[in-house]
Design a protein around this ligand. Structure first.
Ligand SMILES: NC(=O)c1ccc[n+]([C@@H]2O[C@H](COP(=O)([O-])OP(=O)(O)OC[C@H]3O[C@@H](n4cnc5c(N)ncnc54)[C@H](O)[C@@H]3O)[C@@H](O)[C@H]2O)c1
Length: 424
């Protein structure tokens, strides 16, 4: 019998495998710090919790919950909570690790963490969703906290879920702790600009990348996979800059409109039905055809592992903006580089959300709130400066923006690791 895999081992094509391959690619650029690199390949702490709840019909169901703190060398853990039937420990490990890289890449004083529950939340009632969220929060309450690890929204979680998490943590600790989660509703210590911040960051990095490769946004054709929080906010900003959305795909189907979608109508359909599928003013095509759509910019903003080598070989886009975490497999990265397609990687492209989460956390501590303009201006500057530094690193070593982001981030993480030293 062969040895079962260690929990830090990886199955091919899993998100954790993708992350480990990305770390291996950066090792040659880390100099003496490479001796600490193993620290990047092991999550510091992984908590698996049983989440039992009483359903509305009186039965009891158990859900698997996770919270992983990948690295805390630079500060408390930071990362979203995902509700999805495919959530696994391995996936949460990868997502937490990308948070470590992302926070260091934009220079935020955080480590990386992530959480999730293996559930399809669409099958739960509002009350069941609340009970599950509260029990999960209580279970992970032993490792989260405003100075320890600060959750936020991710796929299928939102401001309401953050409000329940904040309230549950506060009830358990005896005082209102707004800083324990970010992405909260505004009247509970949330920040203006947070809901659309990830999409805004995708737009800002996309705007800068387009400028550098001489691609005009005015008239540019954009295809978006995933029309949730990230995809829809990014799409709106691109349309505002003169681009047109020519294809959208979500879990309800794939739609194409060469003349550009009417965004208001599309957004109204998504608000009403929870997906793009029923929007009439477009042609419905099979899901796989999404990857053949004639476009200039492609924004994957759904789930991991979407761009494999076969799809990378078919893409028409000149620029890929990774709104989602981990949408590209490592071999597909090589194909896109060879084909001259520029990829702005997740670890910088979608860092706008965590950046405004950081603003929210800072505002909560000082109980002093900024205007939306202040937030957007600061977000823009942080993202532009971070991308410039990454671009310079890429030019210096002649490496992709992904490996350059890892180089910048891993150096910061491992310097912190070295300076703190090993305890005891
Ligand atoms: N919300 C944030 O602030 C944030 C920050 C950084 C990164 N991200 C990443 O962005 C991605 C999207 O997150 P979100 O917050 O927009 O989630 P969301 O739940 O608001 O939206 C997810 C979207 O993906 C679509 N989708 C799901 N399964 C699909 C499938 N099989 N094929 C095509 N589309 C599918 C859904 O229909 C929906 O439109 C995730 O990878 C997430 O980790 C989110």
């Amino acid at each position: 019998m062969s040895n079962p895999l260690s929990y830090v081992g990886s199955e091919d094509s899993s998100p954790w495998h993708t992350y480990l391959s990305q770390v291996d690619r950066v090792l040659p650029y880390l100099g003496n710090l490479a001796r600490w690199a193993e620290t990047l390949k092991r999550p510091k702490r992984a908590l698996i919790v049983d989440v039992p709840i009483e359903m509305d019909d009186g039965s009891v169901r158990h859900f698997e919950g996770f919270r992983v703190q990948h690295n805390l060398s630079r500060g408390p853990g930071k990362g979203g909570v995902r509700y999805h039937p495919d959530v696994t420990l391995e996936e949460v490990m990868a997502l937490s690790a990308w948070m470590t890289i992302k926070c260091a890449g934009v220079g935020l004083p955080y480590g990386g963490a992530k959480g999730g529950i293996r559930v399809d939340p669409k099958t739960l009632s509002h009350k069941e969703l609340e009970r599950m969220t509260r029990r999960y929060t209580s279970e992970i309450g032993i490792i989260i906290g405003p100075q320890r690890d600060i959750p936020a929204p991710d796929v299928n979680t939102n401001g309401q879920i953050m409000a329940w998490m904040m309230d549950t943590y506060s009830m358990n600790t005896g005082s209102t702790a707004t800083g324990v989660v970010t992405g909260k509703p505004i009247h509970l210590g949330g920040s203006l600009g947070r809901v659309k911040a990830t999409g805004r960051g995708v737009f800002v990095t996309g705007r800068e990348a387009a400028r550098r490769i001489g691609l005009k946004l005015d008239g540019a054709r954009v295809a978006v996979q995933g029309f949730g929080n990230v995809g829809s906010a990014a799409a709106e900003l691109f349309v505002g800059a003169g681009a047109k959305i020519v294809a959208v795909q979500d879990h309800t189907g794939t739609l194409v409109n060469k003349n550009g979608f009417d965004m208001q109508g599309l957004m109204a359909t998504v608000r009403r039905d929870g997906g793009v599928g029923n929007f009439k003013e477009a042609e419905r095509v099979d899901n796989e055809s999404f990857w053949d759509v004639d476009c200039d910019i492609l924004i994957p903003a759904a789930l991991e592992g979407q761009i494999d080598t076969a799809r990378a070989n078919r893409l028409k886009a000149k620029l890929v903006l990774e709104g989602a975490n981990g949408p590209t497999l490592p071999d597909a990265d090589d194909v896109m580089r060879e084909r001259g397609i520029l990829v702005v990687p997740d670890v910088i492209c979608n860092a706008g959300g965590v950046t405004v989460s950081y603003f929210e956390w800072v505002q909560d501590f000082s109980s002093f709130f900024w205007t939306e303009d202040e937030i957007n201006v600061r977000l823009d500057k942080i993202m532009v400066d971070a991308l410039k530094h990454i671009w310079d690193t890429a030019d210096k070593h002649k490496i992709t923006l992904r490996t350059a982001t890892f180089a910048v981030a891993c150096e910061r993480i491992l310097i912190a690791r070295e300076e703190r030293g090993l305890y005891p």
